[in-house]
Design a protein around this ligand. Sequence first.
Ligand code: SAH
Ligand code: DHB
Ligand code: MG
Length: 221
Amino acid sequence: MNNQIFEQVDVYIKNLLAPEDKALTETVQSIKDEGLPQISVSANQGKLLQIFATICHARKILELGTLAGYSTIWLARSLPKGGKVVTIESDPHHAEVAKKNINRSGLSEMVDIRIGKAMEIIQKMIDQNESAFDLIFIDADKPPYAEYFQKALELSHSGTIIICDNVIREGQVLNPEKGDERVKGVHRLNEMLSKNQQVIATILQTVGAKEHDGMAIAVVK
Ligand code: SAH
Ligand code: DHB
Ligand code: MG
């Protein structure tokens, strides 16, 4: 595969349609400075998330896996006044870095960072009859992706868009038996999606700045 041309085209698209402002470049820098893993979505993927949030007129967004808040910033910028992103992060250091980035970007009123295990926090939301989210972005640990998706359905309404990051893993998903627990986890999600009657789903294969991967995109019927 010619990765170089994919990267060059990704930069071309980014420069045209998804340039990063100060808040985003400082967030990218904070990931390096604080020694966090460089696994945020790319700029073009962030813009795509923003487009989906705008398409569904999202006022209330749920994100599993905050890291430094890079995708959170793209998502929050699609919100109307009074809108909210609830983003869940289990690593307190990541959450602290994210909080600084969100504050610096002027979005702290719209973003609610919850520290803890995603499964526990979303189960609590379900038990407490939290009102439905308009868009849910699943991007935390990969092994329980299928279970996260099932829980996400319980926090959805007809028309909610559910997006799951990293479901192709450089094609390793074609041979899940040879892959690690992350590959097995996303493979299980993809199989489940193929049988799930509650959603219309596809997978968008992605190349460019990040390694070859894909996002599952589902809309609740
Ligand atoms: N959405 C971010 C990237 C998230 S990376 C972006 O694109 O900018 C995945 C994050 O999920 C990491 O910060 C990791 O600490 C967190 N995570 C891993 N397991 C988790 C769990 N069980 N609950 C909540 N967060 C988790
Ligand atoms: C990994 C996680 C991600 O969310 C991502 O976008 C890329 C890689 C990982 O855990 O390897
Ligand atoms: Mg990801």
